[in-house]
Write a protein that binds this ligand. Sequence first.
Ligand SMILES: O=C(O)CCC(=O)C(=O)O
Length: 306
Amino acid sequence: MSIALNAEAREPEVTLAAHGRTLPAERLGWLTPTDPAIGIDAIRARYEEHGYVWLKGLLPRADVIDFRGWVFARLAETGLLEPGHDFSLGIAAAEGVDWNLANRRLMSIVRSAAYEGFCAQPPLVRFMDNFLGGISYLHKRKLMRYVQPGTTMATPAHYDLVYLRGGTSRLVTAWIPIGDIPAEMGGLVYLEGSHALGRGMEAEFRARSGDLTPEERISAYNSHMAEGGWVSKDLPAMAERFDRRWLAADYEAGDVVLHSPYMIHAATTNEDRARRLRLSTDIRYQNVDDEIDARWSNHWSLGDML
Ligand SMILES: O=C(O)CCC(=O)C(=O)O
């Protein structure tokens, strides 16, 4: 496979915002894409250096788009989709969503054989075995998210280890766009080089956590953390405070981003003019021989406080 990969090809002409605050152009940059064909050693080296690796076209694009259609067909009854369009387009209805039903359906989808198969598809499993240098283990608690256009929903800034402190720190998150997610659709943004910051924050938390019970020490909802384990909802202020940029990307179906459990990331709002729903999954891998956080051995349930 040969993919044209141009790191800073796109001028930051888009405006990205989250929680009512717009990222200034000088605090916005672009992720560097990686061609999976460069080989596992080079991929690992990039992951270690940058805290992420954005793998272009690792999965068959048509399969990812098919799966997007499958998911939205199952959610159609909830009123989430505008009728009359191919489900794989994922065009959002302007109103009338039955949120109780949508939540129930989402919980069924993350328990489905189809989703299990998507997450365990051979190109991904083979890659993860190779990347982790052994037998890869996929945590059972797997998250799928859809984001409506024109709403304020956006994941606040955080690093993942906060939610997985009960096992090894040698974790790898795979964030997989299920469909194209151009930057204005509110995909993940990464705080440049922040895996070093996350390590520092974690060391500081450990140093201060002596007064917590063992359960509290591994919980993201302990009294030393901001509500929900977030670092902040104010992305421009974080960029200023740490004097670095947020890196965005035009993700395409078939891409997979791997990020370090210390890498600080967030999402921006979905401003898609075509009113497409942003759909993605985030799942966590580790080497099976490393200690496993037992709290993640159940399917995701809304409100499971993990
Ligand atoms: O998709 C999102 O909005 C958040 C995903 C995330 O936090 C992750 O992949 O760790």
